[in-house]
Write a protein that binds this ligand. Sequence first.
Ligand code: ADP
Ligand code: MG
Length: 697
Amino acid sequence: MSAFFETNIEFLKGVGPQRAELLNKELQIFSFGDLLEHFPFRYEDRTSFLTIGQLHADLDQVQVIGRLTAFELIGEGKKRRLTAYFSDQTGDMELTWFKGVQWVAKRLVKGALYIAFGKPSQFGRKFSIAHPELELITEQPRERPHLQPVYSTTEKLKSRFLDSKGISKLVETLLEQGLTKITETLPAPLLQNQRLLSKSEAVKNIHFPSDPKVLERARYRLKFEEFFFLQLRLLKLKLARTEKYRGQVMGQTGLLTTFYRNHLPFDLTNAQKNVSREIFNDLKSGKQMNRLVQGDVGSGKTIVAFISILIAVDSGAQACLMAPTEILANQHYEGLQPYARQMGLEIALLTGSTKRSARDVIHSALLEGRLSLLIGTHALLEEVVQFKNLGLAIIDEQHRFGVAQRAKLWGKNHDVYPHVLVMTATPIPRTLAMTLYGDLDISVIDELPSGRKPIQTIHRYDKDRLRVFGFIRKQVDTGRQVYIVYPLIEESEKSDLKSLMDGYESVCRAFPDYPIGILHGNMKAADKEYEMARFVKGETKIMVATTVIEVGVNVPNATVMIIENAERFGLSQLHQLRGRVGRGSSQSYCILMTKYELSKDSRVRLETMVRTNNGFEIADVDLKLRGPGDLAGTQQSGLTDLKIADLSRDASILTLSRDVARELLDRDPHLTAPENRPILEQINRQKKNAVNWSRIS
Ligand code: ADP
Ligand code: MG
């Protein structure tokens, strides 16, 4: 936008200092440009008319053409109202006013034809519209926009005559002066190829659409632009990184071939094959890899990690794998050790509880390069842990580690940064991932190994508890183990903890003959590990816990997950919890316990869980229910600043805009081509605005 749009809103005709202050406070409108981007949130259709005979009580807003036959003021003082009689060939009705009656009465023209707009209500057999919008029909009907914009506003603004109409008036004034000053932000060839409206056409029509088709195109253009610049920014960041950092070239496949031929315990799923190939392409590219692998629980991420490790080791590098807890690190170690042994790789485990003497051995083996693979917790990050040549760092369960920790791993190789592979079992919609992890490349394992028995999910009410306990007993008697999970939310921590303890006691009473464990966040870390370890070993049969068991633990013998107060959990959390079962060959069950009265959203969540086991489908529903603002990590990403585009509804536009942005950067990485000037200028404006914004808030 030109400097014109940076003008303080105060100076727009019809605003002034007082209304400006309100616009600042209530709608964060500071400048002309801000008002221009205060888009209508819906439109009223003024294209169709009804006759009075067609009215019924369920109609929302209607337009009726009729003659105003008479009007009168009725009542006194505060009860005074104005009633006008309005008729067409099919019948008659009333129009009424309770406020400003004098003012309206002065302006009504008896006998004239009007268009009345508003919500009809029925009294007996008669209809009336209270406070209708009236338009006098003259000989020369003026050009009227068919769709009228409706703007969000607030009570305070309304009291200053800035209701939707008032705002619309301001926008109209602004466009009269400013329409020709709107600068194009996208290159001409792009507009042409994607058949996009020009910026000024789009802005004009988003506020005052001449017809629904143009409105659609205006919306599309503005959404596209919004996503395009977001993606461009992320892709440029990534580009800057890959240009800057080279990576070790890892192109050897000897070990991998041996492993595939002689040791691979099962056929890889197609998804596993594809992701392995993507990783291999990165590793041999000469650029540093930063890749995120998303895969639902049980999709087989570990073997993909091992394949990457083989490629790295084959090229003379070392690898490490970091997990967020000791239990998980242990499990990875135990899972990978057999493969490593078959392939003759030295492997070690390093956690907080590794003994001093063992540590020293590990440290020197790492430095000398004898140790190929180190598994561990964040103990790996300590300064004393130094590698001869760390070439690949794998991080499991990404959301537990921050960017800072990722960076620390980078620093473990002083010559060339290691390749980084991040694995997460928290599926998020691809479109969201593209943006949230915009600086990472993303692979998705969207397929489970065949032959899995899908977990059966059942919704039960609290009154069915006895039946549920009976079911638990049956399962435990056949040797299986059971989780019972309670919510624990910080705000209601005390009462939550109490219901957990009450639950634990009632479970102990119901099953006096079984060893039962308990696990919650208030316990000491060592106690938690101890309880968890007992369950892993099968010593306890039932584990009563809060969501601390959420992440990653693998107890294949556990086949039942009971979730208490399931209505209080979010969808992704329910899905994570359910993923704790279904890890062995036996049929597994997830039972969602709730009270009887449930909100609409809770019902949708529970129904979704019962209907599907697919984490990506669940993530989509979650995004629709909550919007991106609530999902972890979105706050810092700029996603919540989207003005018009919507991540869950406009996924296809997002994907397209990203592809277009990528192609464009491929051809012109530094945006130096003359045709791309508008882009560069827009980026600079956005940077400037970002600065202004932080100064204001
Ligand atoms: P996650 O993605 O949750 O980390 P894992 O890597 O732990 O999943 O794999 C879960 C289980 O599935 C493991 O027991 C693993 O051996 C097995 N598995 C992995 N891939 C396959 C496959 N292609 N076919 C059969 N079983 C597989
Ligand atoms: Mg795993």
